[in-house]
Design a protein around this ligand. Structure first.
Ligand SMILES: Nc1ncnc2c1ncn2[C@@H]1O[C@H](COP(=O)(O)OP(=O)(O)OP(=O)(O)O)[C@@H](O)[C@H]1O
Ligand SMILES: [Mg+2]
Length: 264
């Protein structure tokens, strides 16, 4: 079955960025991910859809080992980034998370200035030169389509920004360490329609340089922004394919029922 999906998911010549193989995740006795084998293509936007509690956030977090932070987690199977097992003992998790950044549902700026929010990551990774930091801050804020709104107030607390601005700031913060993959967990669910559109436009632009994986409950959003879609149900990957195909001609009845709003 995995092969059929692989065939339906058009790969750009850049190929597969992330691959999971027979991935299971348990929170204590809760079996939250069941045997997930999938390839995520580079420089495309992959949407994760499915009803609440089906394992979308859990799956997303396995891709940069964010689940390591929960105490009762047990994982079997593999997750491979550019073909390398990210759960191998020699992997440096801080470096991994630099390569695979994450943006959360609620914008979570640090309680510091706009400038310092963006400079924080590069500084942690050893960047000290003021000129270089200035350049990274501007480039990241431009990349997240918020530069013009904040360029004259970089020293103000980030928490004074609106929710939509805070979310784009968090995207800029994620970009500042030059990741390769950006994981986004319902990045627009706390935003108004105008900010949502801005963030969606931004995601489409990011695809040129990054591999984006985004969780959404909004089917229209999945259709608008994503190239590929994965449909999860009860911890299982029910169906995966190019977004337009999956929405137009789902192979599985459960996908059909979900995307037409019969449940979830
Ligand atoms: N830290 C945890 N400890 C125990 N169980 C957990 C933990 N986190 C998630 N779960 C359980 O794992 C399952 C999947 O949760 P997950 O958060 O991945 O769902 P989701 O698809 O993201 O849902 P939503 O759309 O509501 O965000 C759920 O049954 C949830 O209760
Ligand atoms: Mg979730």
């Amino acid at each position: 079955m995995g092969l059929t999906w692989a065939n339906r998911m058009c790969k750009k010549k850049s190929g597969v960025k992330i691959r999971t193989e027979r991935l299971h995740l348990y929170y204590g006795s809760v079996h939250a991910l069941r045997d997930i084998t999938i390839e995520i293509a580079a420089n495309r936007i992959t949407a994760l859809i499915g009803p609440s509690g089906c394992g979308k956030s859990t799956f997303l977090k396995t891709l940069n080992r964010m689940n390591d932070l929960a105490g009762n987690v047990r994982i079997t199977g593999g997750v491979y980034l550019d073909g390398r097992d990210i759960y191998a003992p020699q992997i440096d998790v801080a470096k991994l998370r630099k390569r695979v950044g994450m943006v959360f549902q609620q914008p979570n700026p640090f309680p510091m200035s706009i400038y310092e929010n963006i400079a924080y990551g590069p500084k942690i990774h050893g960047m000290r030169q003021k000129g270089e930091l200035d350049r990274i801050v501007e480039e990241s804020l431009r990349g997240a389509a918020i530069w013009d709104e904040v360029k004259n107030r970089l020293d103000e607390p980030a928490l004074r920004l609106s929710g939509g601005q805070q979310q784009r700031l968090c995207i800029a913060r994620a970009l500042a360490v030059q990741p390769e993959v950006l994981l986004m967990d319902e990045p627009t669910s706390a935003l108004d329609p105008a900010s949502t559109i801005k963030t969606e436009e931004l995601m489409k632009k990011l695809r040129t340089d990054y591999t984006v994986v985004v969780v959404t409950h909004n089917m229209q959003q999945a259709l608008r922004v994503s190239d590929d879609t994965l449909f999860f149900l009860n911890g299982e990957l029910v169906e995966a394919g190019q977004t337009k195909e999956l929405f137009l001609a789902p192979a599985d009845r459960r996908t059909q029922d979900y995307i037409t709003g019969k449940f979830g």
